[in-house]
Write a protein that binds this ligand. Sequence first.
Ligand code: ADP
Ligand code: MG
Length: 699
Amino acid sequence: MQFSTPITKIPNIGPAYQKKLGKLKIKTVGDLLFHFPVSYEDFSKKNSISSIFHKGKYVVLGEITAISSGRTARRNFSYAEITLKDSTGKIKSIWFNQPYLAKSFKKGETLLLSGNVDYSKEGLQFINPFYEKLKNQSFPKNKIAPVYPQTEGLSSKWLRFIVKSVFYDLKKNIEETLPKEVIEKNNLYPLFVALKEIHFPSSFSSLKKARERISFERIFLLQLSLLKEKMRLSKEKGISISVDIEKIQDLVSKLPFKLTDGQKKASWQIIKDMEKNTPMNRLLEGDVGSGKTIVAVIAALSAIRAGYQAAFMAPTEVLARQHFDEVAKLLWRFKIDVGLLTGKKDLWRSKKLKGDYLEISREKLIEKSKKGEMDFLVGTHALIQDKVKFKNLALVILDEQHRFGVEQRKKLCVKKDSAVPHLLSMTATPIPRTLTLTVYGDLSLSVIKEMPKERKKIITKLISPKKRNEAYEFIKKELKEGRQAFFICPRIEEGEEKENSPWKGLKSVEEEKERLEKEVFPEFKVEMLHGKMKSTEKEKIMKDFKNKKTDILVSTSVIEVGIDIRNASVMVIEGAEMFGLSQLHQFRGRVGRGEFQSYCFLFASSSSEKTRKRLKALLTAQNGFELAEKDLEIRGPGDFLGKRQWGKADFTMEALKDIDLVESARETAKEILEKDYELKKYPLLKKRVERIKEKIHLE
Ligand code: ADP
Ligand code: MG
């Protein structure tokens, strides 16, 4: 028997079970062994029945003295019930919806029960406990029994039996998947031992070590694939852009502010990176409002002055438009042609024009780009259409890069004629260090840690329903002083949700706009913005808001990224529990951009413990890095990573919190690749790394 042996060859698995296993995608012995338990029953401490006074978790061993079955009076559930007796007393145990159990038990049999004891009409009893029949009365020593994910018709008991027989058959014949040196260096269990300990732990500490081995392997493989990509890119031919320091100083000296140290450092790293003749692949991480755009513009100026083109892609039209305006304003002295390419209206800011924009047809804009007459193209996804061509693209900037898929990111960078353009990705969603290494392990990193000095702390409050009117009064005062306010709602329009839908009762943009306009702030001008509106309409509304023609903007999350309105001082978020911490932090970053003290008011329609804990984190943490660490702590890594990539083994996700493990996996991967980039000596690793690549590409 081997990993690849089909389960049909395992004795005791008939067609019916094959089908059930098939539903879990278990087709081979290997699949079966990687179908991991979700939890374990710890039988190491036995309780005597007479010692059970309270509800809680217990383990007892006894003899069955009575068996019955039937249906509950109230909800007509079927149940099976037994009475168990040990030398100290008796207790009942009930199982719902498993009527067949009554037939499988016999009076006089010895049974081990483990699980929850709770109150019922007849006093304390076990409810749906885990059970195991034993041949004799002796209590199994240090027994830890695996509990597999619940699947209809496949009991943990049966799975344990089958898995045990497979191990018996396999002996030690499991092919090791990691090189010996890796196992030795990191003091890992061999695969056979790890799998055996996961299914039949000899102790909780060896179980931990077994899981560590499996997690290590996955993270190690991912690191191999990331680092291999990084090395591959460093072997590609890039475009060496020599630094024109005077031009950059010229740009910087005319800014209305001084660059922060973080901005200076990041700009320098980027410019130096672009000087090399290998393509840059760099991530610029910096909190909302930390001033990433100017850093990107410095990089673009550098590339364009050297005679190349640059492209700047943003996730939304509103944002692309804002960047276009800002870029055009900053660069027009340098005689640079800037184009805006979005889904709708295309614009051109020509060096020949002193002030205004020209509307330009899509065809013409593309033609100009192809001929190299357009130095800088700003746009949305429209930039990656196949018909968009460049003459000599040297720098691609991606704003809010997490909003783009892997494929979209790749596509812009593959747009090459000879050399691969430099790539600068930007994100305001800082993620914890362990995850940075995992998700962005193939990128170089620049981080802007500080905010521009003048920026004030945004006062954040979680408002209880009773205090809603008080908050409105406060907002009125702000508006009267000439400030503006954002209201974020979780959805566009009122929908018809099922009774238990989490969306039930959440505010919609359309309704809220009307309500605020008519009932709450009749003396102010209210507008709304959402993704279903036409882009011309959206643009007008943003423009009106920017020009202070409107006081209140009610919006969905389209407002999330990058919008810069310096006069806005209030951010209200309705249904705050529907958003992730990072996203909430992004919303909050829409205010406090100018000199005014700003406020963020959160309203939550749920008051669960988890929600409150999460939202509270937002009250104390002002910086995205802190919040990211908190999100990791409270919600786990799932929010940061695609869940799919990690599949069933939740504990690998957990392991991503372990910086030591992630770093040693990365270190080990690096060592191997430095010795043998092609993985010639490691054919198995090579095959598996290629499979990871395919998977990432399919995401
Ligand atoms: P983000 O990092 O969120 O993209 P932006 O680049 O949009 O931030 O910058 C936010 C605002 O801060 C802009 O109005 C920008 O002009 C301004 N800004 C950028 N750098 C500084 C600085 N060093 N000092 C003061 N204001 C700055
Ligand atoms: Mg930005």
